[in-house]
Every structure is written in C-alpha cells, then in structure tokens.
Design a protein around this ligand. Structure first.
Ligand SMILES: [Mn+2]
Length: 346
C-alpha cells in the first residue's frame, strides 16, 4: 500500500482548526478513527473537533475526549453548531466514509467549505474529486488499521508504536476489533501485526472486548432470539437468508442505537447460507436500511450498488431502499433471483 505521507504531513503542519467527520450511524470503526485522529492531532498541538451525523451507541462513551469542551458534536443534536465548525475549519478530515452523502447532513457544507479536505477510508468507490488528498485502500480491515499504518509512517512517530499515545492506541484497537467482528472477517496479515504492536504498547485487549462487545441489554438479546426464531427467512435455492426489523419491534424490545450491530452476520453461521441480508426500518420510516454480507467470492458490493443504492466491500456492504418495509421481501427476492444468475453463485 502506497501512502502519500509527506503530503498529509505538510497539510497537517499548516492545519490548526481541524474537523474530524465520521459517518451516519457511527460504528466502532468510525468512532475509533475520529477518536484516534483527535488524540494524535491534540498531541501535535492542534485544535481538532469531532462531528458525527447521528448519535453513537452508549457503550462507546469511553471514546469521548476528556475535555468537556471537545465532546463529539452530533448533527442531530445541534446541526447549526456542526455547520459552523465545518465552515470555520482550516482542515476537514473525513474518516471511514467514501462518499460525502454518508455524512447525511453535511455534504453541501463540506463541499462549500474553504478548508483543505482529506479522506482516510477503506470503502469503494471513492469520491476522489471532492478531496485535496484521499488515502484509501481496501487492503486493510478497517479505517483504524489504515490510520494506524499512516501514524506509524508519520515523521513524529517514525515506526515507534510507543510514540502513539494510550488513548489513540486504544481507539485504533476498538475500530479494528469491531470492523473485523473480533478477528473473524476482513483480517489481513497487517491486521494481526497492528494488534500485536498495540497490545505490546499496552492496549487492554480484554478490557476493550468486554466494554465494546459484551455490553448489551437483556432486551437486545431477546430481540436477537426473536429475529432468529421468528423472522429469519431462509431461501435454500439462493443460499440466502434474510431478516426484517420494524419500528414496532424496535419499540417492543427497547431498541437503542447499536443494538442491531452484528445481527446480519448471524445467518452466515449456517453452512448452506452464503448471503445474508438484514433490513431495518429507519426511525422516521423514510427509508429502509440494508445490510448485506457474503462468504468468499460472492460480491455483495455489486449487489448493493445495483439494487440498494449503496456499496462497501465485497463481503460486507450496505445501502437504502425507499419503500415501505412490507414491500421489501418481494423486491429483495426478485433482485436476488436476477443477481444470483449474473453472479453465478448457485
Ligand atoms: Mn470501517
């Protein structure tokens, strides 16, 4: 992987008021990468602020900066403040997102902003023309892994993991751990290398695992049971399983942001299932969120961009459907039948 470190380093040298932007519905990798970048830049004497489009899961609260004035700014709580931060920044760094539309509220603001625009990400396709510098590769587990290798190559770190501060190190580990589903998917040799260096650096792997992965409520576990027992539809002819989650069910199970994290992976534990899809009604019922997973060579990125207004990675992609949840099964099964023929995975 070729990383243009000197361009990045010189952009950062000139920077002071830096805004770090993560994606809508921030996951561990989005949060870990903005948090790690925050701590690194603080260490360089900069004034970074973090903006997230929507709230993060409660259990990620430990990633908040210690300084209360630097708390992560959530667009859905204060869009005006987020917009003025973007407008006033000399540098805007987008992390863990490949398209500005993934910021949901800030696409036009970022485009119109005068600050330098930098992208650090691991999804495809990338909106290259919208950034002054884009560092993007899919040959990493996560944005946090990419950021780790970027930091290691920076002149002030110079390959010495001890020079990465403890909060930065912990944040990087969290993003890698969650995006790989604790070392089960998208793991590269460099992923283990990163983990090994960070653990040697003092990252409390077991503590983070407990905080981040064993953090759910009783009702979330019951919701998981309900989905698997009553909602999962298996289509043996297409080696596919899918589940739908409605707002009514979310209410019944006291759903909180992050509660459906990982649900889409569960049907893949079935040997005959090669593709899994999970559809969630958005809280305002304006659209349905789509998550897709696959095994091996089956490319759900193409499936997502063709039929679900989205994209991502070969084995993990997402998108949106602008239709009522009850219309999704017919649409999905039709799209699946066409796509399965094209992909020749049956
Ligand atoms: Mn990611």
């Amino acid at each position: 992987m070729q990383i243009d470190i000197s361009s990045l380093d010189s952009l950062l040298q000139q920077a002071d008021r830096i805004v770090l932007v993560g994606h809508f519905n921030p996951d561990g990798d989005a949060l870990g990468s903005v948090s790690a970048a925050y701590h690194y830049l603080k260490g360089r004497g900069k004034h970074p602020r973090i903006i997230l489009p929507s709230p993060y899961p409660d259990n990620m609260d430990f990633l908040e900066p210690d300084d209360p004035r630097d708390r992560m700014l959530v667009c859905e709580n204060d869009l005006d403040a987020a917009r003025s931060l973007v407008a006033g920044a000399d540098t805007i760094i987008c992390l863990d997102l490949n398209r500005l539309a993934r910021t949901e509220y800030l696409e036009d603001d970022i485009l119109a902003a005068r600050g330098h625009k930098i992208l650090i990400d691991h999804h495809i396709p990338v909106e290259l023309d919208r950034f002054d510098l884009a560092i993007s590769t899919t040959a990493v587990s996560s944005t946090c892994e990419l950021l780790f290798w970027i930091l290691m190559a920076m002149p002030d770190v110079a390959g010495d993991v001890q020079r990465i501060g403890p909060r930065c190190a912990e944040s990087l580990y969290v993003g890698m751990m969650t995006d790989t589903n604790n070392f089960s998917n998208s793991v590269f040799p460099g992923t283990f290398e990163m983990a090994s260096k960070l653990i040697a650096r003092g990252v409390d792997k077991d503590g983070l695992q407990e905080k981040v992965l064993s953090c759910y409520s009783v009702s979330r576990t019951r919701l998981m049971g309900h989905l698997l027992k009553d909602k999962m539809k298996v289509l043996p002819a297409f080696k596919t399983a899918y589940m739908l989650l409605s707002n009514k069910e979310k209410d019944r199970y006291h759903f909180k942001p992050g509660d459906s994290e990982g649900f889409v992976n569960m049907p893949l534990a079935i040997s005959s299932v090669k593709v899994s899809a999970f559809f969630t009604e958005n809280f305002d019922s304006q659209y349905v969120r789509v998550s897709l997973r696959s095994k091996g060579e089956i490319d759900v990125n193409r499936f997502a961009s063709r039929y679900f207004n989205g994209g991502g990675h070969r084995n993990a992609s997402g998108g949106r459907l602008y239709m009522p949840l009850e219309d999704v099964p017919a649409y999905f099964e039709q799209a699946l039948a066409t796509w399965a023929k094209e992909e020749k995975f049956l």
